[in-house]
Every structure is written in structure tokens, then in C-alpha cells.
Write a protein that binds this ligand. Structure first.
Ligand code: ADP
Ligand code: ASP
Ligand code: MG
Length: 416
């Protein structure tokens, strides 16, 4: 008898009929002799709808109350699912985060799981029940409901799989697995059979929302293999697992995009010690996360420019903050920016051992007439900031040029 954790995302439980279908699928696995723990998201669109209600009530909604509000979406789906299982003649119990107990810190709306007490679940499983757990939520030390940040149900599932030492952790979604790029943007996207935790971490952090980044962090830490697959077909999906030698064969494994960032430049600032701290300290004090940073070389006049990216939702706030900083530090050029940018990235563990990949990426973009305004690289990724309107063109051009639609490419052909 195996213990299986299965998570179903928003589109998979988007209406009562879909929930009934998920219940049938889970029951089939149960009848095959497995213990089943199911994690559900809210119905698709529900968390956005609730967020909008919150901002209608209060310009910056109280984070504690926001968590009470947002966690309600998952409460609905797990109750309906438990009823659907019961109507099929099997016993099932729904559990909220605080009933499980999924203990988190108290950072409302972006809480981190600290521990999971799995006794309650184990007792119910041993009693023969299917257990369904609300994704995306936990409980802080003081008993307050917390949520884990958008996409957090994936993290609930992987953390539960680790705590229960489950035999399998399956993430069911609306695509058949992890693809070489978003299959909803590029029709030539190819499903990847196996991908390493590190590559998946990069893909997720650079925009591939098919898995929430924290779920991959958990999976890597506790060595939980994740099977990402479709709710609507029986097809084998993608295995996210520990890196092995075979994975180095391909230099570029995936292309991602992120349209949630904005670019800001503060120009003509004195090129002297302490300036970067004066610019970035107020931003970090405001809890704004800075991603890429570029500082230009002083061209001889003692002045320099700094360009960086922040989440698009913090764009206006950052501009406002920087206006006063610019005055204080005597910026000659002021503050400018754009919130219609996209970050396009290529990712692959094989890049560790190959040079020239970044240059190849730049020439592919230049052939399409796409201007690059910022670049950042790591051991296994290259990211470029371009104008947002070029997102799809850039993705398709890179996907074609690196021949990601092909099963496997001889290494020398991967460099153009
Ligand atoms: P769920 O609601 O099941 O959690 P998400 O919408 O969070 O689903 O994630 C699935 C979506 O991720 C897909 O519909 C797809 O558009 C998007 N996506 C982005 N990049 C990729 C990728 N590389 N592979 C697969 N899906 C991707
Ligand atoms: N319902 C939450 C969201 O939409 C969590 C999740 O679906 O993973 O972000
Ligand atoms: Mg998701």
C-alpha cells in the first residue's frame, strides 16, 4: 500500500463538475489500494476575485484580514470535494491548515511553513478515509490563519509529502507537465520527461509558474520527487528529480518569461562610496524586492547611472521613494523607468560547461530586431530585459534557434 499526495490546481477544480471528476480520479487510485492525501487550490479566478474585494474595502488591505479572506477559497473546494467523495460511497474528511497543523511564521500573505504535525492526517488515513487538505494556508503560533503567497498550494503538497514520507507527490494541472517553454505561448513547446531540481528552481524563479518556486525548494531539501501532470489526461507528465549525468547533455533546457517586473533608472549620481546604499536602503526598508541591478561605468565626469528592476506592483511606490532620494544625493539626471518590460531567460545545467551561450542568445534577439536593455547571468541561466511587446517573438525565436522542440540535440549543434 502506497501513500500518495495529489494536488489539483485552480482550473482542475474550477467548478462543481470538475470537482466531481477529480473525486472520481482520486477514488480510482484509492481503490487500487493506496492511501490518498489530496491538496486543493481555490477554484480558478477565486483568489483574484477575493483579492479585489479586499482592495475595495481598504486601499492597502490589512494583511491579517487578507489571510482570513483569501484562505476561504480553498475552504470551499475541500468541502465540496469531501462531499463528492462521500456521494461516491467512500469516507473522506476535509482539513484546514490549522486542523492539520501546518505551522507557519506570522508573515501574513507570504508565510513560510515551519513544521507540519502529520498525526491527525495519519490517524484519518489509518481509519480508511480519503483526506483532503486546503492548500495555500497554515496557522501562526498565535492561532492566526496565514497564507503562503500566490501559487502556494504546490508548496503545501510537497511539504505534506515530505512530512508524511509519501511514496509519490503528484501535481495535477492544466498542462501535461513542465515544457521547454510555456505551451500556451509557443505551440512548439515540448514536454520535458525529467528535469533537475536546480533547473526547475531557475525556471520557476524566472517565470514558469507551473510549479511554485518554494515547492521546488522543499522538494530539493527533502528529496521528494515531483510528478507534474495533467488532470484531464492519463499521460505521464514530467518528473522533477535530483540531477543526474544524463541531464547535462542538453545545454539549454527551457525558455521563460516574466512580465511582472518594472525597470527603474536613476541617472547622473555621484560615483562615490555609499551611493548604492543610499539608493537601495529606503527601497529595502519599504519591503520592495530588487532583482537585477546594473551600474554604468563612470565615463570621466564623476557621475554614474544605476538601473534595476522591481516587482511591477511596486513600480509607482519605488518611483516615488526614489524622487526624494535623487534630490538628496544630487542626481543630475533624475529618475525614469518603464513598467512595460519583460524578462526573457534561457536555463540549462549544461551551461556550466559551455561558453558562448549568452552571446548566442544576444544574436538571436538581435536578428529579430529586439533591443536588450539589461542582462544578468548565473551558472545555469541568462536573462535579458526587453520591451514587453516582444515577449512572444523572443520566446519563439529562442525556442526555435536552440531547437528545443527536438528531443535531443548533439552538443556542438546547440551553439550557433
Ligand atoms: P494550477 O492552477 O494548476 O496551479 P498554474 O496556472 O499555476 O496552474 O500553472 C500552470 C500554467 O503554467 C500553464 O497553464 C502554463 O500556461 C504555465 N506555464 C508557464 N511556463 C510553463 C512551462 N515551462 N511548462 C508548463 N507550463 C508553463
Ligand atoms: N489559490 C491560491 C492562488 O491562486 C493558491 C494556489 O492556487 O496555489 O494563488
Ligand atoms: Mg499554480
Amino acid at each position: 500500500m502506497a501513500l500518495i499526495v495529489q494536488k489539483f490546481g485552480g482550473t482542475s477544480v474550477g467548478n462543481p463538475d470538475k470537482i466531481k471528476n477529480v473525486a472520481k480520479r482520486v477514488l480510482k487510485n484509492h481503490k487500487e489500494g493506496n492511501q490518498m492525501v489530496v491538496v486543493l487550490s481555490a477554484m480558478s479566478g477565486e483568489t483574484n476575485r477575493l483579492t479585489d474585494f479586499g482592495t475595495e474595502m481598504q486601499e492597502i488591505p490589512d494583511p491579517r484580514e487578507m489571510d482570513v479572506l483569501l484562505s476561504s477559497g480553498e475552504q470551499v473546494t475541500i468541502a465540496l470535494f469531501a462531499m463528492a467523495i462521500k456521494s461516491l460511497g467512500k469516507d473522506c474528511i476535509s482539513l484546514l491548515g490549522d486542523q492539520v497543523k501546518i505551522n507557519t511564521d506570522n508573515s501574513h500573505t507570504k508565510a513560510r511553513i515551519q513544521s507540519i504535525d502529520s498525526d491527525h492526517i495519519v490517524k484519518e488515513l489509518d481509519g480508511g478515509k480519503v483526506v483532503v487538505v486546503a492548500g495555500f494556508q497554515g496557522v501562526a503560533d498565535n492561532g492566526d490563519i496565514t497564507t503562503l503567497g500566490r501559487g502556494g498550494s504546490d508548496t503545501t503538497a510537497v511539504a505534506l509529502a515530505a512530512a508524511l514520507q509519501a511514496d509519490a507527490c503528484e501535481i495535477f494541472t492544466d498542462v501535461e507537465g513542465v515544457y521547454t517553454t510555456d505551451p500556451n505561448i509557443c505551440s512548439k513547446a515540448r514536454k520535458i520527461d525529467r528535469i533537475s531540481y536546480d533547473e526547475m528552481l531557475e525556471l520557476a524563479s524566472l517565470g514558469a509558474k507551473v510549479l511554485d518556486i518554494r515547492s521546488v525548494t522543499f522538494a530539493k531539501k527533502y528529496n521528494v520527487p515531483i510528478h507534474v501532470r495533467s488532470t484531464f489526461t492519463e499521460t505521464e507528465g514530467t518528473w522533477v528529480v535530483k540531477e543526474d549525468n544524463k541531464m547535462e547533455g542538453r545545454i539549454v533546457s527551457g525558455v521563460t518569461y516574466n512580465r511582472n517586473e518594472a525597470r527603474i533608472t536613476i541617472s547622473g549620481v555621484p560615483d562615490q562610496p555609499g551611493i548604492a546604499a543610499k539608493i537601495f536602503t529606503p527601497i529595502s526598508d519599504a519591503d520592495i524586492i530588487v532583482d537585477m541591478i546594473i551600474q554604468n561605468q563612470d565615463t570621466g565626469n564623476g557621475l554614474t547611472d544605476l538601473t534595476f528592476t522591481v516587482p511591477r506592483s511596486d513600480y509607482q511606490r519605488t518611483l516615488q521613494l526614489l524622487q526624494s532620494v535623487a534630490e538628496k544625493i544630487g542626481s543630475k539626471g533624475g529618475v525614469q523607468g518603464s513598467d512595460s518590460i519583460a524578462k526573457i531567460s534561457i536555463v540549462g545545467v549544461g551551461m556550466r560547461n559551455h561558453s558562448g551561450i549568452a552571446a548566442t542568445m544576444f544574436s538571436i534577439l538581435s536578428k529579430e530586431g529586439i533591443n536588450i536593455s539589461m542582462i544578468s547571468t548565473s551558472e545555469i541561466k541568462v536573462s535579458c530585459i526587453v520591451e514587453e511587446k516582444y515577449t512572444e517573438l523572443a520566446i519563439r525565436a529562442l525556442h526555435d534557434a536552440f531547437e528545443l522542440d527536438k528531443e535531443s540535440v548533439p552538443e556542438e549543434e546547440n551553439v550557433i
